[in-house]
Structures are given as structure tokens and as C-alpha cells.
Ligand binder design. Structure first.
Ligand code: C2E
Ligand code: MG
Ligand code: MG
Ligand code: MG
Length: 273
């Protein structure tokens, strides 16, 4: 923020920071009740596969319809949920909801359809996470094969060994693992080769300027590492056309579809186009 407006005085920054603190504190208090108040919901963003010419997955994205103020974007409340540990119960709620969603539409999904769920660093590092998530799936009667778990580079950076072990267990149980927002963090080739991953999701910042040589290079690298690639942030037809000529597993973005509610997504399933 400081960079974007050089005219602001130090005093103004201080006031803004204090205000942000108060705002965060209020969010924190309200977020702790959001689950029981039924203020959280999920939307699902379709992922398109060019070879199958259909939707081959959807990513579950959290929405908080905060009482009185309307929707708060995930960037504004996920960090608070992480700091306070609320992401743990919220994260299990998400898993359970996605299970229910799967059960509801099971007959409309066909292989290799997956539902993607974002897993925070805090969740992954929680002792017993693997057992807990498996217990939920078991009680809901859903196979781990339905799920693609998305983790980000920042999850891995501090405790590679522990994360490696957790991911191995999850993968052995049947989950697919994707590295989200690839290219925005600190992944090294070493990290990529030592993690048990199935997919890379190239961050939307790479597609924005249609940098074909760069995307082609990432695809070649992913291919060498036997990783499938999903490109995020496909917003325009030109981007879609360029990517259609390349060998990537999935395309995701507003051009394919906005994130959709339950009823809307049901209408897109099984549709070929
Ligand atoms: P993400 O996992 O990288 O999710 C993709 C984000 O890009 C979503 O933002 C989606 O709405 C947005 N997006 C999709 N297509 C386009 C496009 O064409 N252009 C642009 N500019 N954006 C696009 P959203 O829903 O605001 O979520 C933001 C982040 O919040 C997610 O990034 C994820 O890191 C986190 N998040 C969302 N739901 C959950 C959750 O259930 N658990 C956890 N731990 N994190 C979540
Ligand atoms: Mg994601
Ligand atoms: Mg992403
Ligand atoms: Mg993200």
C-alpha cells in the first residue's frame, strides 16, 4: 500500500493500520460464529479439459456471507482463520460439505472427475490431520479418489520433511495432490522432485500476459516430472486458444466459468462443448 500512494503521510498509514487491526479483530470474533450461524458456503469453479472437451473437475471455494455486511473475500478471512486456528474446524466442515456435494451429484460425475479442495498449511501441519480427514470421508461414504487436495508452496517451505510425510500418507490413501499458485512462491526443482505431487496449478499471473514460451517451458518441465498441469486465470478467448494448442490437463478461469453455486454447477455437469 505504501508504494501505491506516495503522498500519504506516515500518520495516515498509522491510522489505517490501527483501523485494519480493529477490523481484523471484529472479523475474528464474527468468524468464530460464522460456521454455526450458517454464514459459510462453498462455490465450485469448473475445470475444463481440452482433450475430453468437457469439465473434468471443480474447485471448492469458500464464501463468507457475513451477517450485515455481505460477502467477505477469502483473502480477507482465510489468513485470520489461519492465525486463530479456526481454519481447522472450518477446513473439516469444507471436507464434509464437499462429500455431501459429491454424494448429491455422484451419478453426473464421470471419470476422471475430481473435486479440488484447498488445504491450508495450518491444516496440513495439524497432528492427526490424515486420520481425521479419512474418518470424515469414511463416515460420509466417499472415497479419497474423489478428492484433489491443493497445497501452496508456502506450506512446504518451512518443513519439507514433515509435509513430505503427510503428503505421502494422503497419496497412499488415494488422494490426488496438486501444488497451487505455482510460480508465485519459492519452489525449487529440488522441492518439486522431492514432493509426492500429481499436478501443478500454474498461477494466474503467468497467463495474464500470454507468455507462451514461458508457459511452454513450465509444461515441458512438468512433463519431465510426470506432473499434470492446470492453468488458472483463463479469462479470455485468446488465452484459451493459445492454451488449447498446448498439452495441459486442465483450464480454469472466468472464460471457462465463474465459481458456481450448487444448482448452477449441476446444470454444467455432463455437458459436452
Ligand atoms: P486459489 O486456490 O488459487 O483459487 C483460485 C482463485 O482465483 C479463486 O479466488 C477464484 O475465484 C479466482 N479465479 C478463478 N478464475 C479466475 C480468473 O479467470 N481470473 C481471476 N483474476 N481470478 C480467478 P477466491 O475464491 O477469492 O479464493 C482465493 C483464495 O482463497 C484461493 O486461491 C485459496 O487460496 C483460498 N481459499 C478459498 N477457499 C478456501 C478453502 O476452502 N480453504 C482454504 N484453506 N483456502 C481457501
Ligand atoms: Mg486452489
Ligand atoms: Mg491458485
Ligand atoms: Mg491462492
Amino acid at each position: 500500500r505504501a508504494k501505491s500512494d506516495g503522498r500519504k503521510t506516515h500518520h495516515v498509514y498509522e491510522m489505517e493500520m490501527k483501523y485494519e487491526h480493529v477490523e481484523n479483530f471484529i472479523h475474528e470474533l464474527e468468524l468464530s460464529n460464522a460456521l454455526e450461524r450458517g454464514e459459510l458456503s462453498l462455490v465450485y469453479q469448473p475445470i475444463y479439459n481440452y482433450q475430453f472437451k468437457r469439465i473434468i473437475g471443480s474447485e471448492a471455494l469458500l464464501r463468507w456471507n457475513r451477517c450485515g455486511t455481505g460477502f467477505i473475500p477469502p483473502v480477507d478471512f482465510i489468513p485470520i482463520a489461519e492465525e486463530t486456528g479456526l481454519i481447522i474446524p472450518i477446513g473439516y466442515w469444507v471436507i464434509r460439505e464437499v462429500c455431501k456435494f459429491w454424494k448429491q451429484f455422484e451419478s453426473s460425475f464421470s471419470e476422471p472427475f475430481k473435486l479440488s479442495v484447498n488445504i491450508s498449511r495450518v491444516q496440513l501441519n495439524e497432528p492427526g490431520f490424515v486420520d481425521s480427514i479419512l474418518r470424515i470421508l469414511d463416515s460420509e461414504g466417499v472415497s479419497p479418489r474423489v478428492f484433489e487436495l491443493e497445497i501452496t508452496e508456502s506450506t512446504v517451505i518451512h518443513n519439507l520433511m514433515a509435509v513430505q510425510q503427510t503428503l505421502r500418507s494422503l497419496r497412499a490413501a488415494g488422494f490426488t495432490i496438486a501444488l497451487d499458485d505455482f510460480g508465485t512462491g519459492y519452489s525449487s526443482l529440488n522441492m518439486l522432485t522431492s514432493l509426492p505431487l500429481d499436478k501443478l496449478k500454474i498461477d494466474k499471473s503467468f497467463i495474464r500476459d500470454l507468455n507462451e514460451p514461458l508457459i511452454t517451458s513450465i509444461l515441458m518441465m512438468a512433463n519431465a516430472l510426470k506432473l499434470e498441469v492446470i492453468v488458472e486465470g483463463v479469462e479470455e478467448e485468446a488465452q484459451f486458444r493459445m492454451l488449447a494448442g498446448l498439452n495441459c490437463w486442465g483450464l480454469q478461469g472466468y472464460y471457462i466459468s465463474m465459481p458456481l453455486g450448487h444448482e448452477q454447477i449441476a446444470a454444467t455437469l455432463g455437458r459436452d462443448d
